[in-house]
Every structure is written in structure tokens, then in C-alpha cells.
Design a protein around this ligand. Structure first.
Ligand code: SF4
Length: 357
């Protein structure tokens, strides 16, 4: 395990051990967690029910907030907000908050960069810098919750609470399995952030061992799989990891996951003009998913600068959706929200919106 960079990297038991080593009673950990995960405090000096020497030691020996805001953007419809955060070592990650319908959904990153190399994704072209620590993952949630609890006056928003999390930002979460799940355990812990697991969705590009491992987890986190093509010939061009985990293996893992958890799986499909949006491919997709407890989210691709991939036309997208629905596959077409926000991760926004079905 990497050395913790933040008190948010610690599990509850690790925090108890740390504070115990400082001579503090066990209940201090509960107090600190309450400040971190219920009041979203980043400054130990504000933890007023702790003794002053403990506040000072926490402040001098442990980082509380590993995120420094680098820049923030909002879409012109004021429904999408995006932050670029700098991490302690200078890496940058994105977090996006979406305010649609009654939901307050944050899309968080799991890695700085990504090693998966999906050919239509800006992040994939840059490669992987490093895994995020669990505190760097959890703190994105806390930052969004803090912002919602006290939105800047110029937004005109009233205070609200975070309702959903999607792990769909930069990175492949199942390639950083331990830290992502540690963060999710803290976020769902009744003594921690206390968000129901069913309000959280993790999206993978198809890491089969991770899906199989996820099926064994007691936490009922939702699974989304980025499919993007119904056969290996095409999928391996768009999603290179398909060469390692071809569709037969991936679909077997998903079917086993559904059989074990009885939970519906979401398939994401970024529609690309002339690439993966033909009627024949829609029929092939329907055949692939027949009989599976699933839902398909279709998202016209958000084009990446310099990329040859373009979004499908509305007509082609509608035809694709109609074929799936006629085959009995529940399907949602999602608009590309926050389209005017400059994207550092080509997939970020489209994957986010796809889960709010
Ligand atoms: S689409 Fe997702 S998995 Fe693929 S390269 Fe981009 S961030 Fe990584």
C-alpha cells in the first residue's frame, strides 16, 4: 500500500489505530469522521469538539483535503459543473456535478489518466499517470457535497444534498480496485458519508476479473459496462482491452454477475457516425443481450478534438434505439449534457449522463 497522503485515505479502523497511537480514546475517531464525512470540514482547526493539541497535530501531520481547485466551469444551462483538481504531486483530475431532474449526481475519477487506450477517448490517448488514493477518490464526493450544501450565491441554487455517484470519470475503476472500493465502503458507511450503495454506479470498460470480484462484494453498487460494439472485430478497434477480454468472456462474466446479484446491468454504447451505429449492428447487439437483465444507454458520442469519430445523426440514433426496443431491450437515449463545457476527458460527460436513466 502507498503511504497515505490524507486522513481520508484511512479506514475507520486505521484512524482509530492512528489516534490511539497518539494517546487518544477510541471515540475521537468517530468525532473526526463526523467532521470529515458529515460536515465536509477540511480544516482541523474547525473541529471544535476536539482538544486543541489534537487539532494542531492533525493539521501538522495529516493532510485533510488532497484536492486543490485548479479551475471550475459551468454549462450555460447551469445544470453541469466541472472542476479540475490538482493533486498533491501535481497530477490533475476532473470531477463533474450534474443537476438534472431531482438528482444531484457527481461523476468522479478513479485514476489520473487511463491505460485502456480507447481510441475515441481523450483520456485514453494520454495514458495512465497513476492510480488515485482512496482519499483522493472520496474527497471528490465530499467536495461536491460541500459545494451543494453551500452553493455559491451567483449560481442561484438553494442548498441541497448529493443523491448519486457515478464512478465514470478519468480512469478505469476496476484497474484501481482496492482503492476505489475502500473509498466506496467509506462513502456508504453509516458512520461515514452514509449514501446507499444503490445510488452508486461503477462503470468499467470490461475488466473481467474485476467484474467477477465485484459480484462477490456485499455492497450493492450498480455495474455499468461500456460496450460500444456487439462483436470483437469492431470492439477491439474501439476498446483495445477487448483483445484481452473478448466479448464471450465479458458477457459470461456479466451473466454470472446478474445470476449472482440479481441486479440489472447497464450497457453504455457511444453512438459513432458510420462506425457502430448501423441497423445490422443494432440487431447484433439485440442478439447479444437477449434474455439478460439489463438496460442500454445510448449516447451520441461527444467528439474529441482531432478525432475521426463523430456522433451519429439523430435519425441513425433513433433507428438504432428502435431496433433494440423492438427486440425487448430497455433502452434510453441520453442527450449530451453540458456540451459547451470544455472536456479534458472525452468520455466523461457522455458516460455521466447515460447513468441518470
Ligand atoms: S473511455 Fe474510459 S476506459 Fe476507455 S480510455 Fe477513456 S477513461 Fe479509459
Amino acid at each position: 500500500m502507498q503511504a497515505p497522503t490524507s486522513v481520508l485515505d484511512l479506514t475507520y479502523d486505521q484512524l482509530v489505530d492512528l489516534l490511539g497511537g497518539w494517546g487518544e480514546p477510541r471515540y475521537r475517531a468517530k468525532q473526526v469522521w463526523e467532521w470529515l464525512y458529515r460536515k465536509f470540514t477540511t480544516d482541523p482547526a474547525q473541529m471544535t469538539n476536539l482538544p486543541k493539541p489534537l487539532r494542531e497535530r492533525l493539521g501538522s501531520e495529516m493532510r485533510v483535503d488532497p484536492l486543490s481547485e485548479h479551475y471550475a466551469q459551468r454549462s450555460t444551462d447551469r445544470q453541469t459543473y466541472k472542476w479540475l483538481y490538482a493533486l498533491p504531486d501535481g497530477q490533475a483530475i476532473e470531477t463533474v456535478l450534474m443537476l438534472y431532474d431531482e438528482r444531484r449526481t457527481v461523476c468522479i475519477s478513479s485514476q489520473a489518466g487511463c491505460a485502456m487506450g480507447c481510441t475515441f477517448c481523450a483520456t485514453g490517448q494520454g495514458g495512465l499517470s497513476r492510480n488515485l488514493q482512496s482519499g483522493e477518490i472520496a474527497s471528490q464526493v465530499l467536495a461536491a457535497a460541500r459545494w451543494l450544501a453551500s452553493p455559491p450565491p451567483e449560481t442561484g441554487l438553494v442548498p441541497s444534498t448529493l443523491t448519486n455517484i457515478v464512478v465514470m470519470g478519468m480512469g478505469e475503476p476496476l484497474a484501481n480496485y482496492e482503492r476505489v472500493w475502500q473509498a466506496l465502503r467509506t462513502i456508504t458507511d453509516a458512520e461515514g458519508f452514509n449514501l446507499g450503495a444503490r445510488h452508486i454506479t461503477l462503470s468499467t470498460v470490461g475488466l473481467v476479473p474485476g467484474i467477477r470480484r465485484m459480484a462477490e462484494e456485499p455492497l450493492q453498487i450498480n455495474l455499468a459496462v461500456s460496450l460500444h460494439a456487439p462483436n470483437d472485430e469492431l470492439r477491439s478497434q474501439l476498446v483495445p482491452i477487448d483483445r484481452r477480454y473478448p466479448l464471450a468472456e465479458l458477457m459470461a462474466a456479466v451473466r454470472d454477475y446478474v445470476a449472482r446479484t440479481h441486479r440489472r446491468v447497464t450497457f453504455e454504447y457511444a453512438l459513432m457516425n458510420g462506425i457502430n451505429d448501423t441497423a445490422a449492428l443494432a440487431r447484433e447487439m439485440a442478439g447479444l443481450l437477449r434474455g439478460l437483465l439489463c438496460h442500454v444507454n445510448l449516447i451520441p458520442l461527444n467528439p474529441v478534438a482531432g478525432s475521426p469519430y463523430q456522433p451519429s445523426t439523430p435519425e441513425q440514433a433513433a433507428t438504432f434505439q428502435a431496433i433494440l426496443e423492438q427486440s425487448g431491450i430497455p433502452t434510453t437515449m441520453r442527450l449530451r449534457r453540458g456540451i459547451d463545457i470544455d472536456a479534458g476527458c472525452g468520455q466523461l460527460r457522455q458516460r455521466i449522463t447515460s447513468v441518470n436513466a
